[in-house]
Design a protein around this ligand. Structure first.
Ligand code: AMP
Length: 143
């Protein structure tokens, strides 16, 4: 399955972004408000300056409790692994597993068009397995 199809099937097409200059408190508020685990860091909403996840907040808070007074730029990951709408879901799944992250922004011709999370991937894999199981079930039980 293509990543573009995963994006089309998502309930929300909103991409929640935050600027590198925003504060960590604002980041935490956005993560909680939108019930998501990571935000794309972008100065203008379409370019990609970094990614910041709840794990970055936890790690930095553990090391230094005052990090909540810092900016997103201080805790984000700048080298972002991205994928494109024509990339294959299984390839992206392999990247998520081997690199141990749960979010991959989707970029088309240099523009941010979405984000795929491990939750989206699992949802589609379960749907696929259920479909295959139903097919096998009706094949086995056909009269
Ligand atoms: P996550 O599992 O997505 O919450 O992220 C775990 C760590 O990987 C955090 O330090 C993130 O900033 C980083 N990270 C998440 N997604 C990506 C990505 N697509 N490319 C590079 N780093 C990422």
């Amino acid at each position: 399955m293509r990543i573009g199809e995963i994006l089309e099937a998502k309930a929300s097409h909103d991409i929640v972004t935050i600027t590198p200059q925003a504060g960590v408190r604002e980041l935490i508020a956005l993560l909680a408000e939108h019930n998501i685990g990571a935000l794309v860091v972008s100065t203008d909403g379409t370019s990609l300056d970094g990614i910041v996840s709840e794990r970055d907040v936890v790690r930095h808070l553990h090391a230094d409790g005052t990090v909540v007074n810092n900016t997103v730029a201080a805790i984000m990951t700048s080298a972002v692994e991205t994928c494109g709408p024509d990339d294959d879901l299984d390839q992206v799944m392999t990247i998520m597993t081997s690199r141990r992250f749960r979010h991959v922004p989707v970029v088309d011709c240099g523009t941010l068009i979405g984000i795929v999370s491990i939750g989206d991937v699992v949802k589609h894999k379960i749907g696929q397995l259920q479909f295959e199981r139903d097919q096998l079930d009706s094949y086995v039980h056909q009269s």
